[in-house]
Design a protein around this ligand. Structure first.
Ligand SMILES: Nc1ncnc2c1ncn2[C@@H]1O[C@H](COP(=O)(O)OP(=O)(O)OP(=O)(O)O)[C@@H](O)[C@H]1O
Ligand SMILES: [Mg+2]
Length: 392
């Protein structure tokens, strides 16, 4: 750190640092009018004394699902008292009691007492609140795929959607959200749930590069002082976020690069700040994407990274042939593993010209970073060395 930064520690480049927080709710929601309209349409029956309808919200990470629901819930709460919206983060709340506690807190503005309150007590509190308000309950189960993994999805849905059966309340609506595109939240519902769960599917498509630019430029305008981030620097960050297909990477990169410039006592972000920031921002993203891979998928990924580093032919057939030298697997298993790597957002399978169904396997990340996450750091070092040691 330079002495100048110590002297100028009171000078900040952030006009509003909260704008770059993960929980920040933007004033303006870009490019999601269709989804907002669709959700509003599903909620509208409450204005005529009916109940909200159900939905499944699907889209890859960072496509604005959570932001859209929170925005819609905030506007609905301001507009009508006929529905009480409750947003539940299921990544952190996977048991029925945790989910009901969260709903309670959303409805009352404070948590139920930590001890002495069982599920039934909490539910009674929620029901009393709904009866007092003569309102319907609308629950967003965000990242509901975590409930499926915890095997609580059906129980929670069943209880919420049939709340009206045991209690004198209107039927509730549920918006179930998932970023796991391999999971069909409707198919995961069992018979008793399906008889009351008829969700409309609302899709959130990945943002285009132009859309990413618009969203990030808006954040920069709101969160930074003028002149801190030049257009070429922002453009570079937009390019990285678009390559990663993850707008969060863009937001995190802006914050990290600006903090670096600020710590250094400079008034403007430079390319060096972006380069340094991208190392710290991208590694955890890749780590998260690789977290769910099986051992076989990791082995394949390692081989792909190595070929890519060597500049070898990346046609899927050529990769398959070479993989056989290390690890004998059938063609079907190979293609399944390849598909999983693409679904995890680590490789792209690009159709090649004149190759029929052949695909080019293209890594989205640098081969060294990929090797580091699919093996430990020590194995990554060995994998980088030429020679027979790496075959063992
Ligand atoms: N349309 C948008 N306009 C403005 N900001 C957006 C928009 N979409 C996403 N963002 C911002 O991008 C980040 C990620 O959005 P969000 O959390 O809503 O994505 P998500 O689809 O819920 O992702 P995940 O599936 O990983 O939970 C947030 O910081 C959010 O403010
Ligand atoms: Mg989300």
């Amino acid at each position: 750190m330079r002495y100048s930064s110590l002297l100028r520690h009171d000078q900040t480049l952030f006009r509003d640092p909260d704008v770059f927080c993960p929980t920040y709710l933007p004033d303006h929601l870009h490019h999601r009018d269709a989804q907002v309209r669709e959700l509003a349409f599903l909620i509208r029956p409450v204005l005529r004394g009916g109940s909200p309808r159900n939905a499944i919200l699907r889209g890859p990470p960072g496509t604005g699902k959570t932001t859209t629901v929170r925005r819609v819930f905030a506007e609905v709460a301001a507009e009508t008292r006929r529905v009480l919206p409750a947003y539940v983060n299921c990544r952190q709340n996977r048991t029925p009691v945790a989910v009901y506690r969260y709903i309670f807190e959303e409805l009352f503005g404070y948590a139920p007492p930590a001890t002495g309150r069982h599920l039934d007590d909490i539910r009674e509190g929620i029901v009393a609140r709904l009866q007092d308000a003569d309102a319907s309950l609308l629950v967003c189960l965000d990242d509901a795929n975590y409930l499926v993994a915890a095997e609580t999805y059906n129980l929670i849905l069943y209880q919420l959607l049939r709340l009206y059966e045991g209690w004198d309340v209107r039927s509730a609506g549920v918006f179930a959200v998932t970023s796991d595109l391999g999971m069909n939240l409707y198919a995961e519902a069992d018979g008793p749930v399906r008889s009351v769960f008829h969700p409309t599917e609302v899709n959130f498509w990945p943002y285009t590069k132009t859309e990413i630019r618009g969203i990030l430029a808006d954040r920069v305008r709101q969160g930074l002082y003028p002149g801190v981030m030049s257009a070429p620097i922002l453009d570079r960050i937009v390019g990285i976020a678009a390559d990663e297909q993850d707008i969060r990477v863009g937001i995190d990169l802006i914050r990290a690069a600006v903090m670096r410039a600020e710590t250094d006592g400079r008034r403007q972000v430079g390319h060096g700040d972006v380069t340094a920031a991208s190392r710290t921002v991208i590694a955890p993203v890749l780590q998260a994407r690789a977290a769910g891979l099986s051992a076989g998928e990791r082995t394949l990924l390692c081989r792909i990274a190595e070929r890519s580093r060597e500049g070898a032919d990346m046609a899927s057939g050529a990769v398959f042939e070479e993989v056989q030298d290390y690890h004998s697997i059938g063609r079907t298993t190979y293609h399944e593993r390849l598909k999983r790597l693409a679904e995890a957002g680590i490789v792209d399978l690009v159709p090649g010209p004149g190759r029929g169904r052949e695909r080019e396997v293209r890594l989205r990340y640098g081969p060294d970073e990929v090797t580091a996450v699919c093996t430990g750091p020590e194995e990554a070092r060995i994998a980088r060395q030429p020679g027979p040691a790496r075959n063992s």
